[in-house]
Design a protein around this ligand. Structure first.
Ligand SMILES: NC(=O)c1ccc[n+]([C@@H]2O[C@H](COP(=O)([O-])OP(=O)(O)OC[C@H]3O[C@@H](n4cnc5c(N)ncnc54)[C@H](O)[C@@H]3O)[C@@H](O)[C@H]2O)c1
Length: 552
């Protein structure tokens, strides 16, 4: 399929020269030849014999293909580790990175990792198909956490992994031994006894169900989750895995020193894969290939190409363009680059709600709740804000919130001209947005909320975790004090899942503005919502009565 091209031979992608595409898998250096742009990371891994990673749903919904990606983050000046769905990750998107698969974590032969051993001992593996994915989600959480994770973080990191056999309880039990809430519980036996005589579990910091008064709380708790029969641990003597760390795969030193370079590679059927590192190069590419698809997480494009058989000829990975990765806290709000991943955004929201006045972060709190239920952790680790916005899905979880929260989108064209548009006006129809083929979404500006301004999210899906919405919404109301009363000064209520696009309840807004914030307003608003959100009996998506019940 030809060889790697250097910059001189390249399409317009800047003046730096390109190098070999390199990847590390389980500590082993691998040179990626040109011609593989059509491959996913999963296909590549299985082709090289690493078949522990499984193909389940192929759309990032089941987690059987979970692997851990590590790379050096130039901004944070440290290695970052996170779980991804290998079934959606384009092979070249992980160029310059280290991939750890379940084979690299441990095996019977080389010794099991504590995560693997605990799962096996707790009967958390039955048919075994989903097991590598669970192991990798938990392993990635442990490697990326500076402190031992909480029980909640452990459950959250598994939201994108499905198991059809166990009912999840043995899996959760197996992994909860890695949760630790308070060092004192481990070091000070007297502090692990409540005055009532109840025993506090060292792993969870909560009263322990085994209620044992044994010598060592940790030991008692361990036995309650692991197999109580005598056994010879394969690789370690304690559940905390202290002896295992000698074998832990380190981040390859070569990748610490190696600078990312722009890439231009090819794939089957004439597919071109570009990785510009500068906005100027990205804009030049977009001018040259107006129909090119921008990709970051590939969680939408990947599904379109594989499951819907849509053929894109040119893919431009914009994940490493600095201008698209900004996350700036400003006096009047937050500037968010279009390529910022949802997990990064979530962290930023958590940071600002701790640092800023409570009234300023009502939108941030609503986004935190909505992102929690957006998808599994593996998807949130790669899916970007701009990808979700530009997909303009009628069930997008975040677009109703951007609109309601009064966000503004910055759009840049191939010549570098920037225009700003209110999120409210950006969505034009079914998966149609106000972008010409020469334009891309550059960034999003989310204003802080004002005193007496409140933003709320809503999502109803078939199940809570990792599911698409049946109906969702974003709502904002800004109240003004008038004497004894609170009067609605401004508002926006936007619903998803009820029309071909995220739909603003215009008449309801008109009705409530200027009215007192009371029960009467609520009853009147519900009537107007029935007019604004009108679902025909044969509306696409079905479940019309059910969906109507959420709107009012
Ligand atoms: N597969 C899943 O389980 C799952 C779950 C939840 C959400 N999602 C998807 O997450 C996606 C978000 O991110 P992603 O990074 O994976 O998307 P992606 O890389 O697949 O790109 C999605 C779309 O957005 C466009 N796009 C991306 N950045 C753009 C920009 N800066 N300007 C203009 N267009 C741009 C792409 O060209 C493409 O059409 C959503 O679209 C949503 O469909 C997937």
């Amino acid at each position: 399929m030809g060889s790697l091209k250097n910059e001189e031979e390249m399409e317009p992608i800047g003046g730096e020269s390109s190098r070999d595409a390199v990847l590390y898998v389980n500590g082993v250096r691998r040179v990626l030849p040109d011609g593989l742009a059509h491959l996913t990371l999963l296909e590549y891994l299985r082709d090289i014999g690493l078949t522990g990673t499984k193909l389940g749903c192929g759309e990032g919904g089941c987690g059987a293909c979970t692997v851990m990606v590590s790379h050096y983050n130039e901004v944070l000046k440290k290695c970052v580790h996170y779980a991804v769905n290998a079934c959606l990750a384009p092979l070249y998107s992980v160029e310059g990175m280290h991939i750890i698969t379940v084979e690299g974590v441990g095996s019977r032969k080389s010794g099991l990792h504590p995560v693997q051993e605990s799962l096996a001992r707790s009967h958390g593996s039955q048919c075994g198909f989903c097991t590598p994915g669970f192991i990798m989600s938990m392993y990635a959480l442990l490697r990326s956490s500076e402190l031992p994770p909480t029980e909640e973080q452990i459950e959250e990191c598994l939201a994108g992994n499905l198991c059809r056999c166990t009912g999840y309880r043995p899996i959760i039990d197996a992994f909860q031994v890695f949760a630790k809430t308070d060092d004192a519980f481990y070091t000070n036996t007297s502090s692990s006894d409540l005055q009532s005589g109840e025993f506090l579990c060292p792993s969870t910091g909560k009263p322990c169900s085994c209620k044992s008064k044994g010598l060592n709380g940790a030991e008692t708790c361990k036995k309650s989750t692991a197999n109580e029969h005598n056994y010879e641990p394969v690789s370690y003597s304690e559940v905390d895995g202290s002896t295992y760390t000698d074998k832990e795969l380190i981040f390859p030193p070569e990748l610490l020193l190696r600078k990312l370079t722009p890439l231009y590679l090819n794939g089957f059927g004439g597919l071109k894969w570009f990785r510009p590192l500068k906005i100027q190069h990205l804009l030049e590419l977009k001018a040259k290939f107006p129909d090119a698809k921008l990709v970051v997480g590939n969680t939408e494009v990947g599904i379109e190409m594989r499951l819907k058989r849509i053929q894109y000829k040119v893919l431009i990975s914009v994940a490493h363009v600095p201008e698209l990765n900004v996350l700036h806290v400003k006096d009047d709000g937050l500037e968010i680059g279009a390529a910022v991943r949802l997990s990064e955004l979530l962290q930023m929201f958590r940071k600002v709600i701790n640092e800023r006045a409570a009234h300023e972060t009502s939108s941030c709190k609503a986004f935190i709740e909505q992102i929690k239920w957006f998808a599994g952790t593996q998807i949130k680790n790669v899916a970007c804000v701009g990808g979700n916005i530009c997909t303009a899905s009628p069930i997008s979880d975040l677009n109703p919130l951007w609109m309601a929260a009064g966000a503004k989108f910055q759009i840049i064209d191939c010549k570098g001209n920037i225009r700003t548009i209110m999120a409210e006006n950006f969505f034009l129809g079914y998966r149609k947005v106000d972008l010409t083929s020469g334009e891309i979404l550059l960034s999003i500006f989310l204003p802080w909320t004002r005193p007496f301004e409140y933003v709320k999210e809503f999502k109803q899906a078939h199940r809570r975790d990792d599911d698409i919405a049946i109906v969702n919404a974003g709502m904002r109301v800004f109240l003004e004090e008038k004497g004894e009363d609170l009067v609605v000064s401004d508002s926006l209520i936007v619903y998803g899942g009820v029309a071909p696009l995220s739909l603003s309840a215009v008449k309801t807004k008109e009705f409530i503005i200027g009215k007192n914030w009371d029960q009467e307003l609520l009853q009147g608003a519900l009537k107007f919502l029935e007019i604004d959100i009108f679902l025909k009996e044969d509306a696409p998506g079905g479940m019309v009565e059910f969906r109507k019940s959420f709107n009012t």
